[in-house]
Write a protein that binds this ligand. Structure first.
Ligand code: HAM
Length: 422
């Protein structure tokens, strides 16, 4: 028989997770789950296949162009979700009468986007979603960001290694209105300005012109991006601006949560999704070497858009790709936490002692990889050294005679005695 050789690579943009990759993935997922639980968020989940109609929006967002979709055998139009938020909104709307708001929910969802592949962008990623639904106050925003900061700490990210850049779309809307740009143009202006850095300013101007904006409003729009501080924003928006008051309250509360040192106001953070209505945020590594670590914001109208009753909402999406790149780039970071012990033996006569020791350590809750046949010491230690295990115990005839073996830390080479069981 003739076989056409198949490629061993996964489809472009998709990832395989070998055990060494799972170490990193688990480090991130464990930190997410830990932070979500410490902050009192409840888990939820849904199928990765969603109805295309729910996901497709006509707002001109990039994500709408990137949806993987297909028809099932009955002609239903389905898609692999590119994000979790529409599904969450659907699930909330389905039970709107029964839920005790505000609800605080989290999930780790695999998402698919047909992206142009760049560093930090894949066609599939896992995204931690934390959302507070039914809360108007900025406490919801700060609570979510404090949880995100706690997860970064749990992953081993130093506080000074990242910054969360915060803006308020409502502030931009006030400033655009003062520049003579009518509210019906704001959504398109936000999406155009979000493309800054990805396309040239001339191309953004062309998008704004296509939206019907004249030369002067376009110039004023770009000038707004020069605003650097809340005080500067106040001179334009007026001291009584509600959006500014919200931002000031947000920053004051973040002091009490102990995360203010990682927050900065940045009027250029707008976000590429159309549904955001208020505070928006994006986290970056301090040196800005990588793409956004996470992003999110307030989306008070989404529930209404899909047919639910008006409900305020805030949330965050935190992907697993960029954060691992940032962690790997930290000085001194090698592999994610190795643990457990590998146990091997030299001759068939030591199998019993090795098995008894493995059994005893497993009963104590240790992770033990017991070799299933005898090995030469060199072979054993070379395999153990390249494994995900922290320690190794190799049992030879002398050890059985002495009733004790050496437990070796594979990184430091330090040894301690372990008694063998009879
Ligand atoms: P997003 O900014 O499109 O927001 O994605 C959030 C995060 O997901 C990004 O900051 C990044 O970490 C990760 N991410 C997105 N696309 C990719 C990709 N192609 N490859 C690797 N990582 C990626 C949302 O999706 C919103 N639904 C977040 C949200 C939840 N807003 C409110 N609730």
């Amino acid at each position: 028989m003739n076989f056409t050789p198949l490629s061993f690579d996964p489809p472009r943009g998709m990832r395989d997770f070998y055990p060494e990759d799972m170490l990193w993935r688990n480090r991130v997922f464990d930190a997410w789950r830990h932070a979500a639980s410490v902050f009192g968020f409840q888990p939820y989940d849904a199928c990765v296949v969603e109805s295309l109609e729910l996901l497709q929006r006509k707002s001109g967002e990039e994500v709408s162009e990137q949806i993987y979709h297909f028809e099932d055998k009955s002609g239903r139009k389905l898609a692999l979700r590119p994000e979790m938020t529409p599904t969450l909104a659907r699930m909330i709307a389905a039970r709107q009468g029964q839920l005790a708001f505000p609800v605080k929910w989290f999930t780790i969802a695999q998402c698919f986007r047909y992206e142009r592949m760049t560093r930090g962008r894949k066609r599939e990623h896992y995204q931690w979603n934390m959302d507070v639904i039914g809360e108007e106050s900025v406490s919801a925003e700060v609570e979510i960001l404090a949880a995100a900061a706690a997860s970064l700490k749990a992953m081993g990210m130093p506080d000074d290694a990242y910054k969360i850049r915060v803006n308020n779309r409502a502030l931009l809307a006030e400033l655009l209105a003062k520049s003579g740009i009518a509210p019906e143009h704001h959504a398109a202006v936000f999406l155009a300005l979000d493309k800054r850095g990805k396309i040239t300013d001339e191309e953004i101007s062309a998008l704004l012109e296509a939206e019907g904006l004249g030369e002067e409003p376009i110039r004023k729009t770009f000038a707004l991006l020069g605003v650097q501080t809340l005080d500067q924003a106040a001179t334009l928006a007026g001291a009584d601006s509600p959006a500014l008051a919200t931002l000031r309250e947000f920053f004051a509360l973040s002091e009490i949560y102990g995360i203010a040192d990682r927050l900065v106001f940045d009027i250029a953070v707008i976000r590429g999704l159309a549904y955001y209505t208020g505070i928006v945020f994006e986290a970056f590594d301090t040196e800005r070497k990588f793409r956004a670590i996470f992003g999110g914001g307030r989306y008070d109208s989404l529930l209404t858009t899909i047919g639910g009753t008006p409900t305020p909402a805030v949330g965050l999406g935190f992907g697993d790709v960029v954060v691992v790149e940032v962690l790997k780039d930290l000085p001194g970071e090698t592999a994610a936490g190795k643990n457990g012990v590998v146990i091997g033996y030299m001759f068939a006569e030591q199998r019993e002692a090795a098995t008894r020791l493995a059994r005893a350590l497993r009963v104590q809750g240790e992770t033990v990889d017991l070799m299933l046949s005898r090995q030469k010491p060199k072979q054993f230690f070379s395999r153990a050294g390249s494994s995900t295990f922290a320690d190794a115990i190799f049992i030879g005839p002398d050890d059985v005679q002495k009733g004790a073996a050496k437990r070796k830390n594979l990184a430091t080479r330090e040894e301690t005695d372990v008694p063998l069981c009879t």
